[in-house]
Design a protein around this ligand. Structure first.
Ligand SMILES: [Zn+2]
Length: 104
């Protein structure tokens, strides 16, 4: 479900910004890809602009103002945003259940 929402965002984002954005999902991990970065031409490993885009996407998906308030809503889950292979043009998003909290 989160994957579908990310794909919707990627489509809108690609149209509005003309920055190509793709979404892939592998099991519980969502990968956001920026195959043709207009800022650095995919030359820089650390492209901070795109990290900001992914954060914005998460905040938008959950209809919140900040990443902090998203994390509050997630409660028992933690959201991790990490670059794959230290390349910020491939961003992995995972939602993992926090250990030690079991409530029904
Ligand atoms: Zn870049």
């Amino acid at each position: 479900m989160l994957t579908a929402a990310c794909q919707a965002f990627a489509e809108v984002f690609t149209k509005q910004s003309t920055i190509e954005c793709q979404v892939e999902s592998i099991e519980d991990t969502i990968c956001i890809l920026f195959p043709s970065c207009p800022f650095c031409n995919n030359q820089l490993a650390t492209c901070s602009v795109l990290g900001g885009v992914v954060e914005e996407m998460i905040v938008w998906l959950y209809r919140k103002d900040t990443l902090d308030s998203v994390n509050k809503v997630l409660r028992d889950y933690s959201l991790n945003i990490t670059p794959r292979n230290n390349d910020s043009h491939h961003v992995l998003i995972t939602l993992t259940r926090k250990a030690g909290k079991h409530r029904n």
